[in-house]
Design a protein. Structure first.
Length: 198
């Protein structure tokens, strides 16, 4: 999945998973404060797509790969908004499909940056499915993706700090920090196992 992403046209922004509509801001004033830190709000992105027959299997259920591709692209927009440079996918956490998404449903994806390291960023994506005939929405799955900002030579480069502001953003930031520590421990353990087999 690792590939460079470019930003497409944005729709209205919402805090991922909150359902609260927020207005668009340039972020120039905010970014000039706190050592160049960007707010979570500046990274928020929402997009949607109507599911058609080509997106589904013989049961009329949307392929998981279609959803994963949309999640990857949606998360990339948030990553690039934060870094303001090309970003690549480096990992995707476990994805559980809670409920099937059907042909004719509108998939809504909401993303925002939860945590940043030196060159990496964790982006959370919430996926909802809406029956556009009834207006009923269902939360079908969520996922955390890690991106790294890269230069024109594909080398990792530092990204601005993140400034969580609301209690919910602070909670997500802390949870993301703990997940990052877990990933780093797992990476060290995996490298140790590889070294033992050498």
């Amino acid at each position: 999945m690792s590939r460079s992403k470019s930003v497409g046209k944005s729709s209205d922004k919402r805090e991922a998973g909150s359902g609260k509509r927020e207005g668009t801001t340039s972020g120039n004033a905010n970014s000039s404060r706190n050592n160049g830190a960007r707010s979570v709000h500046e990274t928020q992105y929402e997009t949607g797509q109507l599911m058609m027959p080509q997106h589904a299997n013989v049961l009329g259920h949307v392929f998981g790969g279609v959803v994963l591709s949309m999640m990857d692209t949606t998360a990339a927009v948030s990553a690039i908004r934060h870094a303001r440079m090309a970003c690549v996918t480096v990992s995707v956490d476990r994805v559980d499909f809670r409920e099937p998404i059907h042909v004719g449903d509108l998939i809504i994806m909401k993303s925002s940056v939860n945590f940043v390291g030196r060159t990496s960023m964790e982006i959370g994506v919430r996926v909802e499915s809406e029956n556009i005939l009834t207006g009923v929405r269902r939360h079908t799955n969520s996922c955390y993706l890690t991106f790294v900002a890269v230069d024109r030579n594909g080398k990792p480069v530092p990204v601005p700090p993140l400034r969580p502001e609301t209690p919910e953003q602070i909670r997500r930031h802390q949870a993301a920090k703990e997940r990052r520590e877990t990933r780093l421990r797992e990476r060290v353990a995996e490298e140790g196992r590889r070294g033992g087999r050498a």
